[in-house]
Design a protein around this ligand. Structure first.
Ligand code: B12
Ligand code: SF4
Ligand code: SF4
Length: 380
């Protein structure tokens, strides 16, 4: 049996759901003349890349308690850190024992996992631009291990999914981010916004109560139906809710976050997390959230104050209006002042109708210029 076949057999026995090998040669990212990337920049003498994937099933767990507003985390996040590390260790130890080096792709390293997964034979691209695999649909996270082991590589050609005439994901995307099949515009994708990018004011409603990511273009896909929900993992998984209560999250500190949020979410910048919580509360529009949002109007992070103001505007009512008017007198940040003014109009009920009449405004309108100037995430 070849080294590749042995590694695959071993890893699958240890509970790695998907594993494939591609060569570490430089490659065009999408086979259509997109930039070349060279995995050997990350490990001298790199010969192969082992791509692995794990299935997290479609397991939205806890039903929301009706008495408290709750947000929504992406499914599978509680398993992310543990499974990522576990699968890596299985592959690394196997290769190390045979005298080879193996390093995991560091987060932030520019190694595009989707084309690598397709090349390694793990799955194929759907029109939502994600990779799906037989039996697991799109509910898979991917990772790559770069090694100097001379593994036999699959190096399969880029392959499109058999979507046929289906365009369900394109039609379902609430922000029209899938501009054409297989191409997502990051600047319009809710997942990118919740990662910290500015969110056009007029489109904030589309985010709903999500705190991380968006899965609409996966949920509607026929390939994600009738899958067996994942129940067991080969490693211990954090027991964390995927629908945390929003008010304690808005007011909580890092210690509180550690008790309720999965490790992977803790990597998020706290002001972005709080901003997303304020946004979700504004979309849920529960007056119960007004005192907490008022409290946050005096927080030190301008973007949190901005979104708290927006949320108060959405919820409306006398208390929200009075708090907004008070904070306008004391607010020193010009961008936040602008948000408060719009929120006051919103609370008086005369902004949304104007937006509807005007249609979708220009790109710069509604963006928080402070965030833009910080260059949090720019268009590709
Ligand atoms: C940046 C990024 C994003 C950005 C931009 C995504 C984008 N479509 O450009 C944002 C924040 C929007 C995002 C969102 C999501 N992401 Co993301 N993201 C990444 C990240 C970190 C880098 C991707 C990247 O820009 N690579 C560089 C570009 C040039 O390469 P690329 O990703 O492969 O994209 C090109 C090619 O695939 C090509 N292409 C696409 N289809 C086809 C088909 C053919 C035939 C050809 C020839 C080429 C081609 O066109 C693309 C543009 O050039 C990767 C991790 C990684 N390191 O790969 C995760 C990753 C791609 N994301 C992932 C996930 C799960 C998501 C979300 C579902 C998260 C969520 N719950 O919201 C959403 C899905 C949105 C969507 N429909 O794409 C997974 C995908 C797993 C899978 N099953 O495919 C990855 C691999 C992370 C992981 N560890 O598993 N993501
Ligand atoms: S993740 Fe959401 S916003 Fe992004 S492309 Fe898919 S449906 Fe659209
Ligand atoms: S929803 Fe339809 S078009 Fe989109 S990826 Fe799934 S099968 Fe393909």
């Amino acid at each position: 049996m070849s080294l590749t076949a042995e590694l695959k057999e071993y890893a699958v026995k240890q509970g790695v759901d998907l594993i494939g090998v591609t060569s570490a040669k430089a490659f065009e990212v999408d086979g259509m003349g997109k930039p070349l990337m060279d995995p050997r920049a990350y490990l001298e003498n790199a010969k192969s890349i082992v791509v692995f994937g794990y299935y997290f099933g479609d397991q939205l767990t806890e039903p929301s308690r009706p008495d408290a507003p709750r947000g929504r985390l992406s499914p599978g996040l509680e398993a992310f850190s543990a499974m990522d590390e576990y699968c890596y260790q299985v592959i690394k130890e196997y290769l190390n024992e045979r005298g080879y080096n193996a390093v995991k792709r560091e987060r932030g390293q520019n190694i595009p996992l989707k084309p690598l997964a397709v090349k390694a034979g793990i799955g194929v691209y759907g029109k939502n631009s994600l990779v799906h695999a037989d039996g697991f649909g799109f509910w898979i996270y991917l990772e790559g291990v770069i090694t100097d082991a001379p593994l036999e590589a699959e190096d399969r050609p880029y392959k499109l999914s058999d979507c046929g005439d289906c365009i369900a994901c394109i039609e379902a995307c609430p922000t029209n981010a899938i501009k054409e099949p297989y191409k997502v515009m990051p600047s319009l994708c809710i997942a990118e916004w919740l990662d910290g990018a500015p969110i056009p004011r007029e489109l904030r409603k589309k985010v709903g109560k999500r705190l991380t990511g968006c899965e609409i273009c996966q949920e509607v896909c026929p390939k994600n139906q009738r899958l067996i929900p994942r129940r067991h993992y080969p490693v211990e998984i954090e027991e964390k809710s995927d629908s945390p209560e929003l008010i304690p999250l808005l007011l909580g500190d890092e210690n509180y976050y550690k008790t309720v949020l999965p490790n992977h979410v803790l990597e998020m910048d706290i002001s972005t997390l709080r901003r997303n919580v304020a946004l979700a509360l504004g979309n849920i529009r529960d007056p119960m959230a007004v005192p907490a949002l008022v409290q946050v109007l005096s927080y030190s992070e301008p973007k949190v104050r901005s979104y708290a103001a927006w949320a108060l505007g959405r919820i409306g009512g006398r208390k929200a209006r009075e708090a907004l008017a008070r904070s306008l007198n004391s607010e020193v940040d010009l961008e936040v002042q602008k948000e408060i003014k719009v929120a006051l109009q919103l609370a008086r009920g005369n902004v949304e109708s104007q937006v509807l009449k005007r249609g979708s405004p220009g790109r710069s309108e509604g963006f928080l210029s402070r965030e833009n100037s910080k260059g949090l995430k720019s268009d590709p």
